[in-house]
Design a protein around this ligand. Structure first.
Ligand SMILES: [Zn+2]
Length: 65
């Protein structure tokens, strides 16, 4: 049974999606941003979370009408 939650990377604080029980999940997932292993309680697949605002500065590619 897969479940997902959102949280920051403990190393680089980047917003991540923690997908528990997803395909490719394992007990030592690596942060897609800093490539450090993140300690988890369940097999987890880490994905950069682009859907939520983070501490990163806004992209400079602003859309123009
Ligand atoms: Zn990280």
């Amino acid at each position: 049974m897969a479940s997902a939650w959102f949280g920051p990377c403990p190393h680089c604080n980047r917003a991540l999606s923690y997908l528990e029980g997803a395909a490719g999940a394992n007990m030592t997932p690596k942060c897609p941003s800093c490539q450090m292993v993140v300690t988890v309680q369940r097999a987890t697949f880490l994905m950069a979370d682009h859907s939520r605002p983070s501490t990163q500065p806004k992209p400079t590619t602003a859309k123009r009408p």
